[in-house]
Design a protein around this ligand. Structure first.
Ligand code: 8X3
Length: 251
């Protein structure tokens, strides 16, 4: 009898996290989805059959308790994160920067540390961290987010070096423009018109499902194949500052 491999997905209540849960369920994983919002998690559990747990990743003790309740973890998808505020460095609120560091960097650190013993204990573990193209490129109004994502990238690169010699893959997926229901809205403090304008005229920004497909791809490769960093953008976005707005694909 084959036993399902266990995958923990953070930030599972929406966007890329929820899409990753749906996608990895199709590949036969026994999923544990975690996030703070219980209502959304329960709906995802009903829809997919995934196990779900409410969890605030910035609370290290809660993360350790969560990990202590797991018997196995073969794959960890560090997806939880986000951008809060789009002000210039001159005008930014330090509390926004603190929050971005807490959620994107320390949250990832907490859950990675807590689950490493299980990831090391199995036949071969995989840690996939969803960063951003902002982990390597800077842009106006993105200072705090970019700083946090650069730090998350540093965590990933360091961890890969430190785990060399062990059968645990350390993968980074760095998406560019992804249109989800919440990312731009959170960054722009709920201003729906400004959030919609981010994607205006862009023919097919990436979707959460596109990124989930990338996660399934890197996880599904043989265990000796480690994709260090997968940068994925919509075709319309040749670079951070090179975004085509207008029709792209023929009908
Ligand atoms: C989101 C991509 O371009 O808004 O991580 O930084 S971007």
């Amino acid at each position: 009898m084959s036993v399902s491999r266990v995958a923990v997905v953070t930030g599972a209540s929406g966007g890329i996290g929820a899409a990753t849960v749906r996608r990895l369920v199709k590949d036969g994983f026994d999923i544990v989805g975690v996030a703070r919002r219980t209502g959304r998690l329960e709906a995802l559990a009903d829809e997919t059959g995934a196990r779900v747990r409410p969890l605030d990743l910035t609370d290290q003790d809660a993360v350790l308790r969560f990990a202590a309740g797991l018997d196995a973890c073969d794959v960890l998808v560090n997806n939880a994160g986000g951008a809060f505020g789009a002000e210039s460095v001159a005008a930014a609120d330090p509390d926004d920067w603190r929050r971005m560091y807490e959620v994107n960097v320390l949250g990832t650190l907490h859950v990675t540390q807590a689950l490493l013993p299980l990831l090391r204990a199995g036949a071969g573990g995989t840690i996939v961290t969803i960063t951003s193209t902002a982990a390597s490129v800077n842009y106006e109004g993105g200072g705090g987010y970019s700083a946090a994502k650069h730090a998350e990238h540093a965590l990933v690169e360091t961890l890969r070096l430190e785990l060399n010699g062990e059968p645990v893959r350390v993968v980074e997926v760095a998406p560019g423009m992804v249109r989800t229901e919440e990312f731009a809205l959170n960054r722009l403090r709920g201003d729906a018109a400004r959030a919609a304008a981010v994607y205006e005229g862009v023919d097919r920004p990436l979707t959460a499902d596109d990124v989930a497909e990338c996660v399934a791809l890197v996880v599904g490769l043989p265990q000796h194949v480690n994709v260090d960093r997968l940068v994925v953008r919509p075709l319309a976005q040749a670079a951070q500052h090179r975004l085509h707005r207008g029709p792209l694909f023929r009908p």
